[in-house]
Every structure is written in C-alpha cells, then in structure tokens.
Design a protein around this ligand. Structure first.
Ligand SMILES: [Zn+2]
Ligand SMILES: [Zn+2]
Length: 153
C-alpha cells in the first residue's frame, strides 16, 4: 500500500491515491475528491472524496462515525469543515464539537453558550486591563448603568 509514503510526495491533497488499487493503473482526477483508473475504470478517492461519498450515503452520520467508516482522522474531517470543503447542512448529521464543552455544533469552534462565556471572559479581561491602565482624561470607564449589561439566559 502506498498510503503511508504518499504524504511526503502528495502533501497537497491529503490521502490522495497514487495508483489504482485494483490494477495499479494510472488515475485521473474526475472531481469531488474522486479519481478514475484510466485502465479499468475503478474509482479511488482521497480523504475529501471518502468523507463526501460517505456523507452522501449516510446523511445522518456524525463526525466520529465518518472517521471510523472512512479511516480519515477526525482532525482532518474537522479541517475539511473549517476549509469549507464539506458543507454542514441542516440535513446533515455531521457535527463539529465545541472546543470548550464538546457539545455538537454546526459551525465555528464553540457552541453558543460557550461562545457567550468566552466573550464574557474576554470582556472581563478587557475591563481588568482597562482598570489596571485607566485612560487618563475623560471618564472613559465610568459606570454606564444596567443598560450595558447583557442577559446570559
Ligand atoms: Zn485500475
Ligand atoms: Zn460548548
């Protein structure tokens, strides 16, 4: 199997097949991560093609299922999602996982709750920094009243 050493020579497309596994024939790219053997017509797929094909057959699959079934590492599936080479549609069960709590999400790196917490934390840090280095002159950090508060729930 050429799968272990094609990484060095074919680093541009992860998991890109080099030869037909049926007859060792030449492969020609035919789009969507699929390659067709010019000798026997066998279809080979790179990582993107495998994931895409699997999702077409199993629209409800989650990221772990896809990874196990295709042999494509979850990190690479995630990268395909982040690169927007795979689309997450409402019909698709393919999910990303929230970086903070691990909950399934459809886009981004955090679920809405964690995103909120994350933003609040950033804001707190920003305020703490401001408090440490108060802006001289006008009362730039004066209390603004409850109108500035956000509801968390
Ligand atoms: Zn072939
Ligand atoms: Zn979360």
């Amino acid at each position: 199997m050429a799968e272990f050493n094609d990484r060095e020579t074919r680093s541009v497309i992860p998991g890109m097949p080099v030869r037909c596994t049926e007859c060792e024939g030449q492969l020609k790219y035919r789009g969507l991560g699929q390659y067709v053997c010019t000798d026997c017509g066998n279809i080979e797929m790179d990582d993107y093609g495998k994931v895409r094909y699997y999702l077409e057959k199993h629209p409800g699959a989650n990221q772990r299922d896809v990874s196990i079934a295709t042999g494509v590492p979850a990190a690479r599936i995630r990268q395909l999602l982040l690169d927007e080479r795979i689309e997450i549609t409402a019909a698709s069960g393919l999910f990303l996982n929230c970086e903070m709590c691990g909950k399934a999400i459809r886009s981004g790196v955090r679920c809405p709750e964690c995103e909120q917490k994350y933003q609040n934390k950033l804001e707190q840090e920003r305020r703490a920094n401001k408090a440490k280095n108060p802006i001289s002159g006008h009362a730039a950090i004066g209390p603004k009243g409850p109108g500035e508060m956000r509801f968390l729930k």
